[in-house]
Design a protein around this ligand. Structure first.
Ligand SMILES: *Cc1c(COP(=O)(O)O)cnc(C)c1O
Length: 355
Protein backbone atom coordinates (compact mmCIF):
# COMPACT_ATOMS: atom_id res chain seq x y z
CA UNK A 1 0.00 0.00 0.00
CA UNK A 2 1.41 3.36 -0.92
CA UNK A 3 0.44 6.61 0.80
CA UNK A 4 0.40 8.63 -2.39
CA UNK A 5 -2.53 11.00 -2.63
CA UNK A 6 -3.80 11.07 -6.20
CA UNK A 7 -5.65 14.03 -7.70
CA UNK A 8 -6.58 13.36 -11.31
CA UNK A 9 -6.61 15.91 -14.09
CA UNK A 10 -10.14 16.86 -15.20
CA UNK A 11 -9.25 16.49 -18.86
CA UNK A 12 -6.36 14.86 -20.70
CA UNK A 13 -4.08 16.74 -23.11
CA UNK A 14 -3.20 13.55 -24.93
CA UNK A 15 -5.40 14.13 -27.98
CA UNK A 16 -3.60 17.40 -28.73
CA UNK A 17 -0.19 15.69 -28.90
CA UNK A 18 1.29 14.81 -32.29
CA UNK A 19 2.83 11.41 -31.51
CA UNK A 20 4.26 11.27 -35.05
CA UNK A 21 6.48 14.28 -34.42
CA UNK A 22 7.71 14.04 -30.87
CA UNK A 23 10.94 15.87 -30.21
CA UNK A 24 12.92 15.30 -27.04
CA UNK A 25 11.40 16.60 -23.81
CA UNK A 26 8.96 19.03 -25.39
CA UNK A 27 5.59 17.73 -24.23
CA UNK A 28 4.68 16.47 -20.78
CA UNK A 29 2.07 14.01 -19.62
CA UNK A 30 -1.07 14.89 -17.64
CA UNK A 31 0.27 14.23 -14.15
CA UNK A 32 3.36 14.73 -12.00
CA UNK A 33 4.60 13.30 -8.73
CA UNK A 34 5.77 15.55 -5.88
CA UNK A 35 6.89 15.19 -2.28
CA UNK A 36 8.53 17.54 0.20
CA UNK A 37 11.39 17.16 2.64
CA UNK A 38 10.83 18.88 5.97
CA UNK A 39 12.21 18.26 9.47
CA UNK A 40 14.31 15.36 8.26
CA UNK A 41 11.68 13.37 6.40
CA UNK A 42 9.95 13.10 3.04
CA UNK A 43 6.27 13.92 3.40
CA UNK A 44 3.15 14.71 1.42
CA UNK A 45 3.61 12.22 -1.43
CA UNK A 46 1.17 13.22 -4.13
CA UNK A 47 0.30 12.85 -7.80
CA UNK A 48 -1.41 15.91 -9.27
CA UNK A 49 -2.18 17.40 -12.67
CA UNK A 50 1.03 18.57 -14.39
CA UNK A 51 1.28 22.32 -13.98
CA UNK A 52 2.95 25.39 -12.57
CA UNK A 53 4.71 25.41 -9.23
CA UNK A 54 5.14 28.58 -7.22
CA UNK A 55 8.23 29.73 -5.31
CA UNK A 56 9.60 32.90 -3.75
CA UNK A 57 12.35 34.90 -5.47
CA UNK A 58 14.68 34.05 -2.56
CA UNK A 59 14.29 30.30 -3.16
CA UNK A 60 17.88 29.10 -2.78
CA UNK A 61 18.02 26.83 -5.86
CA UNK A 62 17.49 29.84 -8.14
CA UNK A 63 20.69 31.34 -6.71
CA UNK A 64 22.98 28.45 -5.79
CA UNK A 65 21.78 25.52 -7.89
CA UNK A 66 21.33 22.89 -5.22
CA UNK A 67 19.63 20.63 -7.74
CA UNK A 68 20.01 17.07 -9.02
CA UNK A 69 18.23 15.25 -11.83
CA UNK A 70 17.99 11.82 -13.43
CA UNK A 71 16.84 10.46 -16.77
CA UNK A 72 15.50 7.02 -17.64
CA UNK A 73 12.89 5.52 -19.93
CA UNK A 74 9.73 3.41 -19.93
CA UNK A 75 9.05 1.23 -23.00
CA UNK A 76 5.83 -0.22 -24.35
CA UNK A 77 6.08 -4.01 -24.61
CA UNK A 78 4.02 -5.84 -27.21
CA UNK A 79 2.10 -7.81 -24.53
CA UNK A 80 0.81 -4.47 -23.17
CA UNK A 81 3.15 -4.35 -20.17
CA UNK A 82 5.76 -1.69 -19.46
CA UNK A 83 9.52 -2.11 -19.24
CA UNK A 84 11.77 0.29 -17.35
CA UNK A 85 15.49 -0.14 -17.93
CA UNK A 86 17.74 -0.49 -14.85
CA UNK A 87 15.88 2.06 -12.66
CA UNK A 88 17.78 1.01 -9.53
CA UNK A 89 20.98 2.30 -11.15
CA UNK A 90 19.41 5.73 -11.61
CA UNK A 91 18.24 5.79 -8.01
CA UNK A 92 21.72 4.79 -6.79
CA UNK A 93 23.30 7.52 -8.89
CA UNK A 94 20.72 10.09 -7.80
CA UNK A 95 21.47 9.34 -4.16
CA UNK A 96 25.22 9.68 -4.78
CA UNK A 97 24.59 13.02 -6.50
CA UNK A 98 22.35 14.07 -3.59
CA UNK A 99 25.06 13.29 -1.07
CA UNK A 100 27.62 15.32 -3.03
CA UNK A 101 25.23 18.28 -3.11
CA UNK A 102 24.31 18.04 0.62
CA UNK A 103 20.81 16.90 -0.24
CA UNK A 104 18.69 14.19 1.40
CA UNK A 105 18.61 10.73 -0.19
CA UNK A 106 15.47 8.84 -1.15
CA UNK A 107 14.85 5.26 -0.20
CA UNK A 108 14.22 2.60 -2.75
CA UNK A 109 10.62 1.75 -1.82
CA UNK A 110 9.59 5.38 -1.91
CA UNK A 111 11.22 5.95 -5.30
CA UNK A 112 9.78 2.80 -6.89
CA UNK A 113 6.32 3.49 -5.46
CA UNK A 114 6.28 7.03 -6.82
CA UNK A 115 7.56 6.04 -10.25
CA UNK A 116 5.32 2.98 -10.58
CA UNK A 117 2.13 4.77 -9.51
CA UNK A 118 2.79 7.68 -11.86
CA UNK A 119 3.66 5.45 -14.83
CA UNK A 120 0.58 3.27 -14.28
CA UNK A 121 -1.63 6.35 -14.27
CA UNK A 122 0.07 7.64 -17.44
CA UNK A 123 0.37 4.37 -19.36
CA UNK A 124 -1.50 5.78 -22.37
CA UNK A 125 1.35 8.28 -22.72
CA UNK A 126 3.89 5.57 -23.52
CA UNK A 127 4.28 5.70 -27.30
CA UNK A 128 3.77 2.34 -29.00
CA UNK A 129 5.99 2.77 -32.05
CA UNK A 130 9.39 1.11 -32.06
CA UNK A 131 12.07 3.53 -31.04
CA UNK A 132 9.64 5.68 -29.10
CA UNK A 133 9.42 5.74 -25.32
CA UNK A 134 8.32 7.69 -22.26
CA UNK A 135 11.21 9.64 -20.78
CA UNK A 136 11.14 9.77 -16.97
CA UNK A 137 12.68 12.82 -15.33
CA UNK A 138 13.04 12.61 -11.52
CA UNK A 139 14.62 15.68 -9.90
CA UNK A 140 15.29 17.28 -6.52
CA UNK A 141 15.95 20.84 -5.50
CA UNK A 142 16.32 22.98 -2.37
CA UNK A 143 13.20 25.01 -1.57
CA UNK A 144 14.18 27.20 1.39
CA UNK A 145 14.20 30.99 0.99
CA UNK A 146 17.50 32.68 1.94
CA UNK A 147 20.50 34.43 0.42
CA UNK A 148 23.33 33.08 2.57
CA UNK A 149 25.29 30.19 1.06
CA UNK A 150 24.41 27.06 2.99
CA UNK A 151 22.39 23.90 2.36
CA UNK A 152 18.64 24.22 2.20
CA UNK A 153 16.72 22.65 5.06
CA UNK A 154 13.75 21.85 2.84
CA UNK A 155 13.57 20.13 -0.57
CA UNK A 156 11.14 19.00 -3.21
CA UNK A 157 11.40 15.79 -5.21
CA UNK A 158 9.37 15.54 -8.41
CA UNK A 159 8.90 13.21 -11.36
CA UNK A 160 7.63 14.43 -14.71
CA UNK A 161 7.14 12.36 -17.87
CA UNK A 162 7.69 13.19 -21.52
CA UNK A 163 6.87 11.00 -24.53
CA UNK A 164 9.90 11.03 -26.85
CA UNK A 165 10.34 10.01 -30.45
CA UNK A 166 12.87 7.76 -32.12
CA UNK A 167 16.29 9.33 -31.86
CA UNK A 168 17.16 8.07 -35.31
CA UNK A 169 14.35 8.60 -37.78
CA UNK A 170 16.18 7.19 -40.79
CA UNK A 171 18.61 4.83 -39.16
CA UNK A 172 21.62 6.08 -37.25
CA UNK A 173 22.74 9.67 -37.54
CA UNK A 174 26.46 9.95 -36.77
CA UNK A 175 27.54 12.95 -34.67
CA UNK A 176 30.63 15.15 -35.01
CA UNK A 177 32.62 16.34 -31.99
CA UNK A 178 34.85 19.34 -31.35
CA UNK A 179 37.51 19.21 -28.60
CA UNK A 180 37.40 22.66 -26.93
CA UNK A 181 40.80 24.15 -26.19
CA UNK A 182 39.94 26.77 -23.59
CA UNK A 183 37.19 25.13 -21.58
CA UNK A 184 36.96 22.14 -19.26
CA UNK A 185 33.87 20.37 -17.97
CA UNK A 186 35.03 18.99 -14.65
CA UNK A 187 38.02 18.29 -12.44
CA UNK A 188 38.59 15.51 -9.96
CA UNK A 189 37.17 16.59 -6.63
CA UNK A 190 34.59 18.78 -8.36
CA UNK A 191 31.02 17.81 -9.21
CA UNK A 192 31.52 16.20 -12.64
CA UNK A 193 30.37 12.81 -11.42
CA UNK A 194 27.10 14.23 -10.03
CA UNK A 195 24.11 14.78 -12.30
CA UNK A 196 23.68 18.29 -10.94
CA UNK A 197 22.19 21.33 -12.66
CA UNK A 198 25.24 23.62 -12.72
CA UNK A 199 27.31 21.19 -14.81
CA UNK A 200 24.91 21.67 -17.70
CA UNK A 201 24.75 25.47 -17.39
CA UNK A 202 28.56 25.48 -17.55
CA UNK A 203 28.54 23.38 -20.73
CA UNK A 204 26.20 25.64 -22.72
CA UNK A 205 28.75 28.16 -24.01
CA UNK A 206 31.34 25.63 -25.24
CA UNK A 207 28.50 23.62 -26.84
CA UNK A 208 27.16 26.72 -28.56
CA UNK A 209 30.63 27.54 -29.94
CA UNK A 210 31.00 23.97 -31.22
CA UNK A 211 27.59 24.15 -32.91
CA UNK A 212 28.44 27.45 -34.60
CA UNK A 213 31.49 25.73 -36.06
CA UNK A 214 29.27 22.96 -37.40
CA UNK A 215 29.83 20.25 -34.78
CA UNK A 216 27.09 18.40 -32.94
CA UNK A 217 28.69 18.35 -29.49
CA UNK A 218 31.83 18.85 -27.44
CA UNK A 219 34.37 16.15 -26.56
CA UNK A 220 35.86 17.03 -23.17
CA UNK A 221 39.46 16.50 -22.18
CA UNK A 222 40.37 16.12 -18.50
CA UNK A 223 40.57 19.35 -16.51
CA UNK A 224 44.03 18.76 -15.05
CA UNK A 225 46.32 17.81 -17.94
CA UNK A 226 43.97 18.74 -20.76
CA UNK A 227 45.17 15.60 -22.43
CA UNK A 228 43.04 12.58 -21.53
CA UNK A 229 39.56 12.13 -22.96
CA UNK A 230 36.73 12.40 -20.41
CA UNK A 231 33.33 12.30 -22.12
CA UNK A 232 30.82 14.14 -24.32
CA UNK A 233 28.25 16.75 -23.21
CA UNK A 234 25.57 14.26 -22.23
CA UNK A 235 27.15 10.96 -23.22
CA UNK A 236 30.02 8.74 -22.22
CA UNK A 237 32.48 7.82 -24.95
CA UNK A 238 33.86 4.53 -26.30
CA UNK A 239 36.65 3.76 -28.77
CA UNK A 240 37.50 0.57 -30.61
CA UNK A 241 41.21 0.39 -31.42
CA UNK A 242 42.87 -2.84 -32.61
CA UNK A 243 39.71 -4.74 -31.58
CA UNK A 244 40.03 -3.41 -28.02
CA UNK A 245 36.96 -1.64 -26.59
CA UNK A 246 38.18 1.34 -24.56
CA UNK A 247 36.37 3.84 -22.34
CA UNK A 248 37.86 6.35 -19.88
CA UNK A 249 37.81 5.15 -16.24
CA UNK A 250 35.54 6.67 -13.57
CA UNK A 251 38.07 8.71 -11.65
CA UNK A 252 35.85 11.50 -10.38
CA UNK A 253 35.29 13.83 -13.32
CA UNK A 254 33.11 11.59 -15.50
CA UNK A 255 29.39 11.00 -15.11
CA UNK A 256 28.93 7.27 -14.42
CA UNK A 257 26.42 6.45 -17.16
CA UNK A 258 24.00 3.54 -16.89
CA UNK A 259 24.39 2.94 -20.63
CA UNK A 260 28.19 2.99 -20.21
CA UNK A 261 27.89 0.27 -17.57
CA UNK A 262 25.53 -1.73 -19.82
CA UNK A 263 27.94 -1.51 -22.77
CA UNK A 264 30.86 -2.67 -20.60
CA UNK A 265 28.84 -5.68 -19.40
CA UNK A 266 27.65 -6.65 -22.87
CA UNK A 267 30.99 -6.32 -24.68
CA UNK A 268 32.68 -8.35 -21.93
CA UNK A 269 29.98 -11.01 -22.15
CA UNK A 270 30.60 -11.20 -25.91
CA UNK A 271 34.21 -12.12 -25.21
CA UNK A 272 35.66 -8.84 -26.47
CA UNK A 273 38.80 -7.29 -25.08
CA UNK A 274 37.43 -4.46 -22.91
CA UNK A 275 39.40 -1.87 -20.99
CA UNK A 276 38.47 1.05 -18.76
CA UNK A 277 41.63 3.07 -19.12
CA UNK A 278 42.89 6.54 -19.81
CA UNK A 279 43.21 7.41 -23.46
CA UNK A 280 44.88 10.63 -24.52
CA UNK A 281 43.84 12.69 -27.51
CA UNK A 282 47.33 12.06 -28.93
CA UNK A 283 46.88 8.30 -28.70
CA UNK A 284 43.56 8.64 -30.47
CA UNK A 285 45.07 10.72 -33.30
CA UNK A 286 47.99 8.30 -33.63
CA UNK A 287 45.70 5.26 -33.79
CA UNK A 288 43.65 6.97 -36.48
CA UNK A 289 46.75 7.86 -38.54
CA UNK A 290 47.91 4.26 -38.36
CA UNK A 291 44.52 2.97 -39.44
CA UNK A 292 43.90 1.16 -36.16
CA UNK A 293 40.91 3.25 -34.99
CA UNK A 294 37.84 1.21 -35.91
CA UNK A 295 34.89 2.83 -34.11
CA UNK A 296 33.92 5.70 -31.85
CA UNK A 297 30.51 5.97 -30.22
CA UNK A 298 28.79 7.82 -27.40
CA UNK A 299 26.45 6.13 -24.91
CA UNK A 300 23.48 7.62 -23.05
CA UNK A 301 19.84 7.00 -22.23
CA UNK A 302 18.51 9.41 -24.88
CA UNK A 303 20.12 7.86 -27.98
CA UNK A 304 21.44 4.60 -26.45
CA UNK A 305 24.39 4.45 -28.91
CA UNK A 306 25.51 7.48 -30.92
CA UNK A 307 28.12 6.73 -33.58
CA UNK A 308 30.77 9.45 -33.99
CA UNK A 309 32.08 10.05 -37.50
CA UNK A 310 34.35 13.04 -36.91
CA UNK A 311 36.48 14.53 -34.14
CA UNK A 312 38.27 17.87 -34.50
CA UNK A 313 41.22 18.74 -32.24
CA UNK A 314 43.18 21.91 -33.10
CA UNK A 315 44.19 21.41 -36.77
CA UNK A 316 43.64 17.69 -36.78
CA UNK A 317 40.44 16.21 -38.12
CA UNK A 318 39.86 12.57 -37.33
CA UNK A 319 37.48 10.80 -39.66
CA UNK A 320 36.08 7.58 -38.34
CA UNK A 321 35.00 4.58 -40.35
CA UNK A 322 34.11 6.75 -43.42
CA UNK A 323 30.95 7.98 -41.67
CA UNK A 324 29.59 4.44 -41.49
CA UNK A 325 28.15 2.78 -38.39
CA UNK A 326 30.58 0.25 -37.01
CA UNK A 327 29.52 -3.35 -36.32
CA UNK A 328 30.00 -3.07 -32.55
CA UNK A 329 27.90 0.11 -32.28
CA UNK A 330 25.20 -1.55 -34.39
CA UNK A 331 25.22 -4.76 -32.36
CA UNK A 332 25.07 -2.85 -29.06
CA UNK A 333 22.17 -0.70 -30.24
CA UNK A 334 20.20 -3.72 -31.45
CA UNK A 335 20.86 -5.73 -28.29
CA UNK A 336 20.08 -2.94 -25.80
CA UNK A 337 16.96 -1.77 -27.68
CA UNK A 338 15.83 -5.38 -28.04
CA UNK A 339 16.07 -5.93 -24.29
CA UNK A 340 14.33 -2.62 -23.53
CA UNK A 341 11.33 -3.42 -25.75
CA UNK A 342 11.15 -6.97 -24.46
CA UNK A 343 12.01 -8.49 -27.84
CA UNK A 344 15.25 -10.02 -26.58
CA UNK A 345 15.05 -11.90 -23.30
CA UNK A 346 16.65 -10.14 -20.37
CA UNK A 347 19.26 -12.50 -18.97
CA UNK A 348 20.97 -9.71 -17.00
CA UNK A 349 18.11 -8.69 -14.69
CA UNK A 350 18.03 -5.20 -16.21
CA UNK A 351 14.28 -4.90 -16.73
CA UNK A 352 11.75 -3.67 -14.18
CA UNK A 353 8.42 -4.76 -15.62
CA UNK A 354 5.06 -3.20 -14.76
CA UNK A 355 2.27 -5.59 -15.86
C1 LIG B 1 23.32 11.51 -18.10
C2 LIG B 1 24.72 11.68 -18.65
C3 LIG B 1 25.40 10.64 -19.30
C4 LIG B 1 24.75 9.33 -19.70
O1 LIG B 1 24.27 8.60 -18.62
P1 LIG B 1 23.16 7.46 -18.89
O2 LIG B 1 22.87 6.97 -17.51
O3 LIG B 1 23.79 6.44 -19.75
O4 LIG B 1 22.00 8.13 -19.52
C5 LIG B 1 26.72 10.85 -19.65
N1 LIG B 1 27.34 12.02 -19.41
C6 LIG B 1 26.70 13.05 -18.81
C7 LIG B 1 27.44 14.31 -18.56
C8 LIG B 1 25.37 12.91 -18.42
O5 LIG B 1 24.73 13.92 -17.85
Amino acid sequence: MSDIKITKAKTSKIDSVDFENLGFGEVFSDHMFSMDYENGEWINQRIEPYGKIEFEPAMCTLHYAQAVFEGLKAFHVRDGSINIFRPEKNLERMNRSNERMCMPTIDEDMFFDAMTELIKLERDWIPKDTGHSLYIRPFIFGTENFLGVHPSSTYRFMIILSPVGAYYKEGFNPVSLLVPEEYVRAVKGGVGEAKTAGNYAASLLPAEIAQKKGFTQVLWLDGEHHKYIDEVGTMNIFFVIDDEVITPPLEGSILPGVTRDTVLDLTKSWGMKVNERRISIDELIQSSKEGRLQEVFGTGTAAVISPVDEIQYRDTNININHGQIGPIARRLFDEISGIQYGEISDTHGWIYNIP
